[in-house]
Design a protein. Structure first.
Length: 196
């Protein structure tokens, strides 16, 4: 059975840097053998506001929750809006409260790679810290590498969606590699230890 890595992230603007960054990280996981699924900004914009008192779910909400339920690892990307996670991305994460009664609660046992894009380093840092706190609260394992991309410094992505910055491309590829390798390690069968 192949390793499934689910990406969540983007904005309402098609081709946003945060969405392309998540896709680039997912491509890094795919290059190592993962199957990937991405819920971008256009999809996230269809999700109603999370309301815990309303148990009914749209098919879009059900699709996201079921994908994360099956996921071995995740890549979550957010723009840094005023130093924090965007409402669009946070709403999707809040919906994952539906995983609270699962055998594998929330992100338990899952590697989670984090990507932040912002027009300044301060928003990059505070938003990455906020995302890491959320992942810890949801029992996930943030990868050692968290990628922050300052969109004010240079052009990060080409018109075709490829990463135009070689340093950023390398970091995003490494993030995808870490998520994949940690996910396969978490889900590997127990190996017998041989004593010499």
């Amino acid at each position: 059975m192949s390793t499934l890595i689910v990406g969540i992230g983007g904005t309402t603007r098609a081709g946003s840097s945060s969405e392309l960054a998540v896709r680039t990280a997912l491509a890094g996981a795919e290059a190592r053998g993962a199957q990937t699924l991405h819920f971008g900004g256009d999809f996230l914009a269809t999700l109603p506001h999370y309301a815990p008192e309303q148990p009914e779910r749209t098919w879009q909400q059900t699709q996201l929750v079921d994908a994360v339920r099956r996921a071995d690892g995740l890549v979550i990307g957010s723009p840094g809006y005023h130093g924090g996670i965007s409402g669009l991305v946070k709403n999707a994460i809040d919906l994952l409260e539906d995983l609270r009664s699962d055998e594998r609660v929330y992100f338990d046992g899952r590697a989670v790679g984090l990507v932040v894009t912002a027009a300044g380093w301060q928003a990059c840092g505070t938003t990455l810290s906020a995302l890491r706190n959320v992942v810890h609260a949801m029992r996930g394992w943030p990868t050692p590498l968290g990628v922050t991309l300052n969109s004010a410094q240079n052009r990060l992505f080409a018109p075709d969606g490829t990463c135009a910055d070689s340093n950023a491309a390398g970091q995003l590829d490494l993030l995808g590699q870490q998520v994949y390798e940690f996910a396969t390690g978490f889900n590997a069968p127990a190996r017998a230890i041989q004593v010499a």
